[in-house]
Design a protein around this ligand. Structure first.
Ligand code: FEO
Length: 169
């Protein structure tokens, strides 16, 4: 059974993950608008991953006899100065999400809620990957400084990304 405080914190995370999904979908629309379909594809897949994160929290709260309460989702930004700016925002956002996950772990440990702590460890590992992936793309963009030839090559590469749900999802 979840404590009321943990239940509220997990509901906040459902909202944060849904917002992440919304943010990346907004970035997909931005990349479509500047004719970078591969970048847009990458963001669409990112949106699907965030929906999966959302549902993992949703299902966990239900499984622990908690009550899922959905709240309004903030509107994401719709424009970025450049692909580089969009990926700077992506990395900053993932660092923010990592901080949120860490706070949830702190709460689970403070409450000796081992089941929630165990559940959250999947996200601790996932955030390492999320940050590393966003940072990798950001570093490439910094190297090429939005040069059109480089962007074209990267667009082809990012267009290859496919959604592969984890085996335990
Ligand atoms: Fe759900 Fe990208 O963190």
């Amino acid at each position: 059974m979840l404590s009321p405080k943990m239940e509220a914190a997990l509901n906040n995370q459902i909202n944060a993950e849904y917002y992440s999904s919304y943010l990346y979908l907004s970035m997909a629309a931005y990349f479509d608008s500047i004719n970078l379909p591969g970048f847009a594809n990458w963001m669409r897949i990112q949106n699907q991953e965030e929906m999966l994160h959302t549902m993992k929290f949703f299902d966990f709260v239900s499984e622990r006899n908690g009550r899922v309460k959905l709240a309004a989702i903030d509107g994401p930004e719709t424009e970025w100065e450049s692909p580089l700016a969009a990926f700077e925002a992506t990395l900053a956002h993932e660092q923010h999400v990592t901080a949120l996950i860490n706070k949830l772990v702190d709460l689970a440990l403070a409450e000796s809620d081992h089941a929630t702590n165990n559940f959250l460890q999947w996200f601790v590992a996932e955030q390492v990957e999320e940050e590393a992936t966003a940072d990798g793309i950001l570093q490439q963009l910094r190297l090429m400084k939005d040069a059109p030839g480089g962007l074209f090559m990267m667009d082809r590469e990012l267009g290859q990304r496919v959604f592969t749900p984890p085996a335990d999802a």
